[in-house]
Write a protein that binds this ligand. Structure first.
Ligand code: SF4
Length: 468
């Protein structure tokens, strides 16, 4: 017995599972993206537990009903395959929801048992044609959670939608003018999407924003419950994406993968591609606004010049409170990159940039986004969980944490403030309306950070400052 234990202990590099992940499940990202398409019902090809977990998570953040259909697989299907249940489930969705589109994502289970979703759907199309049943649009995406994050599921879905639906309709249909741009913003808040729409309108740019969760995940109450909430990117607009004058796409790590929706539209239809960082902070916002000025052939509207000016003024006013403070930033890779760039320009030292994502591009993207602003590069860790982040935090002695609400326990342990950004935020109200993007979103984040530092100083002080 003793010998056995000794031998086990000697095993080098024993695999340690992630116990407090800094990422979420891949098909959850797919469901969020599908939810931003008009008339679309997200559908998981897997067991009911996955759909229940994702609904619970999503509702807690967005405070909106979130229906996710499922093929409800059990043990039997894990052995014999989930095809029959997939087809029955889709017919149920057609019957109960009258959906215009069903967005189907795989789960860990169906990927592991090897269900060939495209083949099953092809078979289903033939069977339904023979039965003279008209099917809605069916889009499918492969999202095994053991090989990616919710953000990768989100991006894979945007790409799959562009791949399976986008075309070059002549002339453009579905209320689109002849000249428009595509905007692929990634997973940002409904409040951010509304702000992006306003910015584009101020430049006089018509757009197809894919996906558009501004109403579907933050809508007004309806007199009667709507099984499918109003809003989302119209399918007719998606079909026209190959006609766009340009595609603007956010996400510095995402773009480095070389496999994005914008890149697909460029390769297939020759739509000029403008890869950009998420517009948070002066530098990244300037790049975004310059791209809009180029795309529209118009100067940056005075309203936005004024917002930029107020932001610069705030940087000057707030500098004395935050200069030299140290921050840990964690969460989705592209948000971490954007926040790191922003912190660098306001004089906060990012001491650890961490993500549960594992694209392999986080370090490179941070180096590109921060350029030569930082005198020393931050510690960058990808593929980590919260135990690893906490472990590093002990020696780094940060003054604040910036990320989703899953970092709250660590912030409490370290007795430092946490600035809640991104997804998920389960312990505060209004997560769906947090504005992160543009000069206005940056202003919002900057004020929060400065006030968190002031509040901490005030709370810790025996003097009890009432004037800082
Ligand atoms: S089993 Fe896989 S797909 Fe289902 S909830 Fe868990 S991680 Fe997500």
């Amino acid at each position: 017995m003793t010998k056995k234990i000794a031998r086990f202990k000697k095993t080098p590099d024993a695999y340690v599972s992630t116990t407090n992940a800094c990422k979420l499940c891949k098909p959850m990202g797919a469901c969020l993206a599908f939810r931003g398409i008009e008339g679309c019902v997200p559908y998981l090809h897997g067991s009911q537990g996955c759909a229940t977990y994702m609904r619970r998570y999503t509702i807690s953040h967005f405070r909106e009903p979130m229906d996710i259909a499922s093929s409800s697989l059990g043990e039997k299907h894990a052995v014999y395959g989930g095809g029959p249940n997939l087809k029955k489930g889709i017919l149920n969705v057609i019957d109960k929801y009258g959906a215009n589109m069903v967005g189907i994502a795989t789960t860990c289970l169906t990927e592991t048992i090897g269900d060939d979703l495209p083949m099953l759907l092809q078979e289903f199309h033939v069977e339904m044609k023979e039965a003279e049943v008209t099917l809605p649009i069916l889009v499918n995406v492969s999202t095994p959670s053991y090989s990616g994050t919710h953000m990768e599921g989100f991006h894979a879905t945007v790409r799959a939608v562009a791949d399976q639906l986008a075309d070059q309709q002549e002339p453009p249909t579905g209320s689109l003018p002849t000249s428009f741009v595509n905007l692929l913003p990634g997973l940002v808040s409904p409040g951010d999407i509304r702000h992006l729409k306003d910015i584009l309108a101020d430049f006089g740019i018509a757009s197809v924003i894919l996906p558009d969760i501004s109403d579907t995940l933050d809508g007004a109450p309806q007199v009667e419950y709507q099984k499918i909430p109003p809003g989302g990117t119209p399918v007719a607009h998606i079909r026209n994406m190959g006609n766009a004058a340009a595609t603007l796409e956010f996400g510095r790590t995402h773009i480095l993968t070389g496999d994005t929706g914008g890149q697909l539209l460029a390769e297939r239809f020759g739509v000029p591609h403008y890869p950009l960082g998420m517009p948070i902070g002066l530098q990244e916002c300037d790049r975004f606004f310059e791209a809009l000025a180029t795309a529209s052939n118009r100067p940056i509207p005075d309203k936005h010049q004024q917002e930029r000016g107020r932001l610069v003024d705030a940087y000057v006013d707030g500098h004395k409170y935050i200069s030299g403070k140290k921050a840990i930033v964690y969460g989705e890779e592209d948000l971490v990159v954007a926040m790191t760039s922003f912190l660098s320009e306001i004089g906060i030292k990012p001491v650890l940039c961490a993500s549960g994502g594992n694209s392999g591009y986080l370090q490179e993207a941070i180096a590109t986004a921060t350029g030569d602003i930082l005198s020393e590069p931050p510690l960058v860790e990808d593929n980590v969980d919260f135990y690893e982040i906490a472990d590093k935090a002990k020696s780094l002695e940060p003054d604040l944490l910036i990320g989703n609400s899953k970092g709250f326990a660590l912030a409490r342990q370290l007795e430092i403030p946490i600035i809640r950004v991104g997804f998920p935020i389960h312990d505060r109200f209004g997560a769906q309306r947090i504005l992160h993007l543009g000069y206005r979103g940056t202003q919002n984040l900057f004020d929060q950070i400065v006030n968190a530092v002031i509040a901490k100083k005030q709370t810790d002080s025996p003097v009890g400052y009432s004037y800082l």
